[in-house]
Design a binder for this molecule. Structure first.
Ligand SMILES: [Zn+2]
Length: 187
């Protein structure tokens, strides 16, 4: 940790705003982590046989929020926590090669994907002269997007276990999960 001798700044000054050497800080932090690290002796199969698909949002600490420990689960994250083909790829490997049986889907309040539109794709094409092969997967209604994600998992032909799939919205202000029930099912 770099600490400043100046009274106007403190140890936290590297935590706010840009830090050109951010990756150096991460590597330093890893050196300290590794000093205290002991081999947990686990294999690659998640202990609790669960895969969590969640948004990449920086405010969502999945392990703490769900009481998970090292080795408990697979964590698959992307912008929005959207079930894309690549998420299905990871879930398929998670279930078929590494023994998971349950899937938890987590979106959250205040998601950046609610402020993006499909114009993003068009604007990107205008700027770089090439249309991305991927869909932006922006959404307006987070509950509806969780339902769609549940549906994509449930209907995937590649997964072995599609019965224990549940979806939630994490409230970034309260830390609480709210369950979203699939279309056609009352709470
Ligand atoms: Zn998000």
């Amino acid at each position: 940790m770099t600490t400043s001798a100046s009274s106007s700044t403190g140890p936290q000054d590297i935590a706010v705003g840009g830090d050109d050497a951010v990756i150096d800080r991460l590597v330093e932090a890893n050196a300290r982590y590794a000093e205290a690290f002991t081999d947990p002796g686990m294999d690659a199969r998640p202990v609790r046989q669960v895969a969590v698909v969640a948004c990449m949002d920086a405010r969502l600490d999945l392990h703490k929020a769900l009481g998970l420990r090292l080795g408990d689960c697979h964590t698959i994250r992307n912008a929005g926590g959207v079930v894309t083909d690549d998420v299905i790829r990871s879930l398929t490997i998670s279930q078929r090669a590494l023994g998971t049986r349950s899937v938890v889907l987590i979106h959250h309040t205040g998601c950046g994907m609610e402020t993006v539109t499909e114009d993003f794709r068009h604007d990107l094409e205008m700027e770089v002269g090439q249309r991305p092969s991927w869909a932006v997967e922006a959404f307006r209604d987070v509950d509806q997007d969780v339902r769609q994600s549940i549906q994509r998992v449930r209907t995937s032909p590649f997964l072995l276990h599609a019965d224990d799939v549940r979806g939630f919205v994490f409230d970034v202000r309260t830390g609480r999960l709210r369950e979203i029930h699939p279309a056609g099912k009352e709470a």
